[in-house]
Design a protein around this ligand. Structure first.
Ligand code: HAM
Length: 431
């Protein structure tokens, strides 16, 4: 969860700085939505969807991806009414009934962005820049691969060319490819079977026309101008039918067989195919689980923050006071840190009614910086014992509201050590 939180936190901040707002769509949709968008001949729709019937016999699907849902919601809620560009991001679980293996789960999590209403290549470049910046912010390396698959007519021509090339040697391909030849010939290009890869490399690709469309030239120019390294990958066709034009993926060689960290591309026909006005669009989705794996494998320290204060009450009445003290501390830190943009300090209250010895042991184990101890005597005097857990020095501090605040202020400025030292030597420090 700490890795997820790091990714989500940094992504949200970055996405907002590029003008995105969040959209949340339901995790189930009508099955028909994905049949019409992702495509009935794709693996996702033909093999991997969780489909079930509701009480009225309607076929519903746990969403295998979110682009179709975003477009549906965008249309239903008239989000494009102002005719401007909609930049939307989402984070959430997706479901695909695939064979589970490392990096491939039946419930996984995506974080994605969609730009609706922008038809220029600069939108594609901006989106790719955003993905690469996100990885950079997280100190993760990825290899950007791009391709251009053209519109529906181009895709049909490409599929025909693949079909006629492969026809004479189809028995040499794997059974998946043989199945795909008629329905989804483009996918022969990205089959991972080593034998198919060689056939594609040596016999199919050389005979296919290279994409030299002006959009692809402009895309490469844009990426070069923004100093984003890329590799043109003619095999890259993506597994969803809605793409037109730019397609891209970022892979990591730290990931093993499931090496795609993120993928996306342009889908200029999807909005109209789902019943809306002709609207160009481009987007990507990133596999959160895969990215989290990379973060966990890097040398990050995901241990929880140690407490700043471990507050201990000894006996019934002191324990109530200790609760109050912890409450005031938390409030004071909150006011201070919120107004100054600092991080919250963790304040733990002893909740098991332990003895002093065992409570201090616990504070030590948690690596708390200070223990705050309230016993009957302190209660009577209106003080607390403030114990520096590193050196073991301790002083009495008054707990009137003001002095509580001044203690905290001093603590935040790391002045509490100074305070402890000063009290020891009988000096006064500014409070
Ligand atoms: P996708 O390539 O199917 O694209 O998925 C995007 C990413 O989700 C993959 O690169 C991978 O990291 C992750 N992913 C996919 N399946 C699994 C799985 N079973 N287990 C773990 N991670 C997985 C899409 O979904 C498109 N909607 C992307 C898009 C947005 N295109 C335009 N806009």
């Amino acid at each position: 969860m700490a890795a997820f939180e790091e990714i989500e936190g940094k992504a949200q901040e970055l996405f907002r700085s590029y003008g995105y707002t969040e959209i949340r769509t339901p995790i189930f949709e009508s099955k028909d939505l994905f049949v019409r968008s992702v495509g009935s001949d794709t693996d996702i729709v033909s093999k991997e969807m969780y489909v079930f019937k509701d009480k009225k016999g309607r076929e519903l699907t746990l969403r295998p991806e979110a682009t179709a849902s975003v477009v549906r919601a965008w249309l239903e809620n008239n989000l494009g009414a102002d005719g401007g560009v909609s930049r939307l991001f989402y984070i959430g679980p997706m479901f695909r009934h695939e064979r589970p293996q490392a990096g491939r789960y039946r419930q996984f999590h995506q974080l994605g962005c969609e730009i609706l209403g922008a038809g220029t290549i600069e939108a594609d470049v901006e989106l790719i820049d955003l993905t690469m910046r996100l990885l950079q912010t997280l100190a993760i390396d990825g290899q950007l691969k791009i391709n251009h698959i053209g519109g529906d007519e181009d895709k049909r021509r490409l599929a025909d060319a693949i079909r006629s090339q492969a026809a004479g040697m189809i028995d040499d391909f794997c059974s998946d490819c043989r199945d795909r030849l008629d329905r989804n010939a483009l996918r022969l290009l990205d089959c991972k079977n080593p034998k198919c890869r060689t056939l594609v490399e040596e016999r199919i690709l050389p005979s296919l026309p290279q994409s030299d469309s002006p959009e692809f030239v402009q895309l490469k120019k844009g990426l070069t101008e923004l100093q984003i390294p890329f590799l043109v990958e003619p095999r890259l066709v993506r597994g969803l039918d809605y793409y037109t034009g730019t397609v891209f993926e970022v892979t990591s060689d730290m990931l093993g067989a499931q090496d795609a960290l993120l993928g996306g591309g342009r889908y200029d026909n999807l909005v109209s195919e789902l019943g809306g006005p002709s609207t160009p669009a481009v987007g990507f989705a990133l596999g959160l689980d895969r990215l989290a794996t990379l973060l966990i494998e890097s040398d990050r320290d995901y241990r929880p923050h140690a407490p700043f204060f471990f507050v201990i009450g000894l006996g019934e009445a002191p324990r109530i006071k200790a609760s109050r003290f912890a409450q005031l501390m938390r409030r004071a830190f909150e006011t201070r840190t919120l107004s100054e943009g600092g991080a919250h300090r963790r304040i733990d209250l002893e909740l098991q009614g332990r003895s002093l010895r065992s409570a201090l042991k616990q504070a030590d184990k948690l690596e708390s910086q200070y223990a705050v101890i309230i016993g009957d005597e302190e209660l009577e005097r209106g003080t607390v014992v403030l114990r520096d857990m590193t050196g073991g020095n301790q002083v009495d501090v008054e707990i009137g509201e003001m002095s509580e605040h001044s203690v905290i202020r001093a603590a935040i400025d790391d002045g509490i050590r100074e305070l402890v030292e000063a009290r020891k030597t009988g000096q006064t420090v500014k409070e």
